[in-house]
Design a protein around this ligand. Structure first.
Ligand code: FES
Length: 118
């Protein structure tokens, strides 16, 4: 199960902008890339550095600590397996950004779309 949490922001998140938000006790970075909003946990999976100020090249974010790169669309490292960002689904409902967060202890929400939990 996941919970839908509205993001309270002053103003709009315009294309090319990013915002650090504290949502339900989590530090989450929101990016608007060409009109699509992406939300990631503000903690690099390598060693926990903040990703809020990472350099963005298209949809690929470079961690400012050690330079690992992650694709915001998938959370994965381009061309390599291993580490992956924690990403959160985002949608706009009545003009408000809404982030879907996993319920604590829930593992079903990580199942790929169309798969069945066993
Ligand atoms: S903490 Fe991000 S690459 Fe090391």
């Amino acid at each position: 199960m996941s919970r839908q949490i509205p993001v309270r922001m002053s103003g709009e998140l315009a294309p090319g902008q990013r915002k650090l938000a504290f949502i339900d006790g989590r530090s989450i970075v929101l990016f608007n890339i060409d009109g699509t909003i992406y939300a990631i946990d503000n903690s690099c999976p390598h060693n926990g550095a903040s990703l809020a100020n990472g350099q963005l090249e298209g949809c690929v974010l470079r961690c400012p600590a050690h330079g690992l790169r992650f694709d915001l669309r998938t959370g994965c490292m381009p061309g390599a397996g291993g580490l992956a960002l924690t990403t959160f689904p985002v949608q706009t409902i009545d003009g408000t950004l809404v982030v879907s967060l996993d319920e604590p202890g829930s593992s079903l929400s990580h199942a790929p779309a169309g798969s069945a939990a066993t």
